[in-house]
Design a protein around this ligand. Structure first.
Ligand SMILES: [Fe+2]
Ligand SMILES: [Fe+2]
Length: 259
């Protein structure tokens, strides 16, 4: 099967890019299953019922990250729609989960969403490796043929370690959160497609989506100006993966970057 995974969508400008680019891209690549990380898809941070609704027009599952629980008006949606995920290992999270199973008839796809712990200590997430073990077992018990893992993490070391840990156990593990697309795509020895970070879908002239002058002022002068999404031309970034339906092993992974 053909799978498209899209990196962190930034604000309404990113959502508009998804709506503009994804329908024709999915047709062109003959995509069977689409996953989008939507944790930053609302303007001003987080994900809202409105931005999730927009992304669900183009995706089968929306994954989250450290900002997913930020808006109280999104909490109910997490409980109501099992295709809206937040990292499963977030401790004390009272809404939603980081696992869903999509039954496509011939194929069942399980999606797992986890949070890294390095440089994200303040979020109080439990051990993502142990959480992965538990959820993979659940996916197997659910009869999943294909398992996808979105590991939302800051440190490249933690993401690569997780990739090797999951090799042979899942079809694909990719990282999100750092918003900069990495060039280390590979099929690991056990048949797991891997990429450290998918990149982002949002304004190109930005620091991870934010207006550069604000970040420069903060880093240089200690300014506390509120983050504002940058404007201008956007890119849509992610990866295209092909998976053998029977074995659940990946056969290829390619970079997606559309400007
Ligand atoms: Fe993000
Ligand atoms: Fe994030």
């Amino acid at each position: 099967m053909n799978i498209l995974v899209i990196g962190d969508v930034c604000g309404s400008i990113g959502c508009e890019t998804v709506l503009k680019v994804l329908p024709s891209l999915k047709k062109e690549l003959n995509v069977d299953f689409t996953l989008i990380n939507g944790e930053n898809s609302a303007d001003g941070n987080g994900i809202s019922p409105t931005s999730a609704e927009v992304l669900l027009k183009c995706a089968d599952v929306i994954t989250g990250g450290n900002h997913t629980l930020r808006r109280p008006d999104f909490h109910a949606a997490l409980d109501e729609n099992e295709r809206l995920l937040r990292p499963d290992n977030l401790e004390n999270a009272r809404y939603g989960s980081g696992y869903c199973l999509v039954d496509m008839g011939r194929i069942k796809v399980a999606v797992i969403n986890l949070l890294g712990t390095i440089y994200l200590e303040h979020l109080k997430a439990s051990n993502p490796f142990l959480a992965a073990d538990k959820l993979i077992e659940r996916a197997k018990n659910d009869g999943a043929n294909v398992i996808l893992v979105d590991f939302h993490a800051e440190a490249t070391s933690e993401k690569r370690a997780m990739g090797f840990y999951l090799d042979g156990k899942v079809s694909c593990m990719f990282g999100t959160h750092t918003h900069v697309q990495t060039a280390d795509l590979q099929i690991l020895d056990g048949g797991t497609a891997y990429m450290t970070d998918l990149g982002m879908t949002g304004p190109i002239t930005s620091v991870l989506g934010v207006e550069p002058s604000i970040i420069i002022d903060r880093l240089k002068n200690g300014s506390q100006e509120k983050f504002r999404l940058a404007e201008g031309k956007c890119s849509l970034e992610g990866a295209f993966i092909t998976v053998d339906d029977k074995s659940g092993k990946a056969t290829s992974i390619k970079t997606i970057r559309i400007v």
